[in-house]
Design a binder for this molecule. Structure first.
Ligand code: PHE
Length: 336
């Protein structure tokens, strides 16, 4: 091989290698080019390996040119690899790289929703007074939500509860409009004396405003015994408010109408701006309801109530719009 020929080879290897590296646009390609030129059987490596068969003069001349070129290519490859994310010869990409000297990130804890807080407190107060917590389905039948509660089809009282019906309509399924169906469900299976509370979500198909949502929490209460009276109900609710608000709040009981109680009441409490806020619907269980669950009204009597947990929570935490509870707005929830 003449000197000029050998220099030509180096020229062309150099041109090819640099051309390819210049065009390479990812790490894998650079890796391939590395193998092609300076890998174990790369073009340049082969020449370097053949040096030992050459004369001393040739070896000197070719060797130094080949080595210089190898260095040049190696450097270019290193730069390219860095560009595509290899660091310091290890196989880790940028994304995997961890700065162990960086200060730790604060782990943020979730927040308990104010309604959950109040629900917990309310149930523990009732439990302390001998009530048991039970639950019922959110998708209810027309039978339990209405008929068994003395609200047959076409009864005008159905208008009190605008209803989300589940299609197809003929199955009579709906989103429960109140927790009262659980009075029936429970009394069908349990004999008095009994004391239960049933917390849960209820749904109403109506326009919403700052004190009405289409979805809210109720807590049903039910107590049946031989002599359970209105006086017992009043005492229970007074005690309950005292324990929950830890201050004397003003409360009033006025007549109200619900087809499954007789007489029926509504309970209001006075809010901070001196306005009466309706928080409970209640009454003495209607004799027909007792008959519906095969209890003898001449032997058993009791009261039932349905408490609006959202409104109680608003009162306790001074929240002025019921829609905030289900808004999903984290700025709201982070305050609690
Ligand atoms: N279920 C009634 C309502 O949602 C409230 C209620 C419960 C009234 C129990 C009387 C007895 O409006």
């Amino acid at each position: 091989m003449s000197e000029n020929q050998s220099l030509d080879i180096f020229q062309s290897i150099r041109k090819d290698a640099f051309g390819a590296l210049e065009e390479a646009s990812d790490f894998e390609t650079v890796h391939k080019i590395e193998a092609e030129y300076i890998g174990k059987s790369g073009r340049l490596t082969k020449i370097l390996k053949s040096l030992k068969e050459m004369s001393l003069a040739e070896r000197k001349e070719m060797g130094s040119t080949a080595n210089a070129l190898k260095k040049e290519i190696e450097e270019k490859i290193k730069l390219k690899k860095e560009e595509f994310g290899e660091r310091g010869g290890s196989n880790h990409r940028d994304a995997d790289w961890i700065d162990i000297t960086a200060p730790g990130k604060k782990i943020s804890r979730g927040h308990i929703h104010p309604i959950s807080r109040v629900l917990k407190e309310v149930t523990s107060i009732f439990e302390s007074m001998g009530f048991e917590v039970v639950e019922g389905p959110e998708v209810e039948t027309e039978h339990y939500n209405f008929d068994a509660l003395n609200i047959p089809k076409e009864h005008p009282a159905r208008d009190l509860w605008d209803t989300f019906w589940i299609k197809p309509l003929k199955n009579g399924l709906l989103l429960r409009t109140h927790t009262s169906p659980n009075q029936i469900r429970y009394m069908e299976k349990h004999q008095p004396p009994l004391r239960i509370i049933v917390p849960g979500q209820v749904f109403r198909y109506e326009a919403s405003d700052s004190s009405h949502g289409i979805q809210f929490y109720q807590l049903e209460g039910l107590m049946v015994d031989k002599t359970t009276s209105v006086a017992n109900f009043k005492a229970l609710i007074e005690q309950f408010f005292k324990k929950l608000f830890k201050e004397n709040i003003q409360m009033r009981i006025r007549p109200g109408y619900f087809p499954f109680v007789e007489p029926g009441f509504e309970v209001d409490i006075k809010d901070r701006s001196d306005k009466w806020l309706e928080v409970i619907g209640a009454g003495m269980i209607h004799p027909q309801i007792l008959k519906n669950v095969k209890l003898d009204p001449s032997q058993w009597q009791g009261f039932a109530f349905g408490m609006g947990l959202d409104r109680i929570t608003m009162m306790k935490y001074k929240i002025d719009d019921i829609r905030l509870f289900h808004s999903g707005d984290l700025r709201f929830i982070r305050q609690f």
